[in-house]
Design a protein around this ligand. Structure first.
Ligand code: HEM
Length: 122
């Protein structure tokens, strides 16, 4: 079969680029008054690792996501659309700060959008 399209993965800076984006993203989330409360009992090291894996897989990179299903993880957190948008905004800021072109930023955000249905429960 045809090789996987890894142009987004490359655009994000491959494994090291994704690591840096997540390393910027997580502290932004934890400082964001709109959503930080949700993460008060979260294992941040685990969250960081899972986000790296998930973004890598979504971008077409050579990774495996070994976390839980999005519906299971976020069930009971009462996540709102506004919170989903706040988190997405933080991700865009994180990508911006790491020099990711907006065309590439938009591609990752577009891949996250369909997850909204499984994450937002309120
Ligand atoms: C595109 C949107 C989102 C994505 C891709 C995403 C992705 C993830 C991933 C990969 C994990 C780790 C799963 C694991 O440990 O196995 C996680 C955990 C978590 N997410 Fe999200 N998430 C999103 C939106 C949100 C929003 C909007 C909130 C709340 C404001 C939220 C709150 C949490 C919390 C609290 C945890 C940790 C749960 C725990 O420790 O049990 N997430 N998320």
């Amino acid at each position: 079969h045809a090789p996987a399209d890894d142009s987004l993965y490359i655009g994000l800076g491959a494994k090291e680029g994704i690591r840096k984006i997540v390393a910027t993203f997580v502290p932004l989330v934890l400082a964001d008054a709109r959503i930080k409360e949700s993460f008060s009992e979260t294992d941040i090291k685990n969250l960081t690792l899972r986000l790296e894996q998930q973004f890598c897989v979504l971008a077409g990179g050579p990774c495996e996501y070994k976390g839980s299903k999005m519906t299971e993880v976020h069930d009971g957190l009462n996540v709102t659309n506004a919170q989903f948008n706040a988190l997405t905004e933080d991700l865009q800021i994180a990508m911006e700060r790491n020099g990711v072109p907006s065309r590439i930023q938009n591609k990752l955000v577009a891949l996250l959008a369909p997850m909204q249905r499984g994450i937002v429960t309120k």
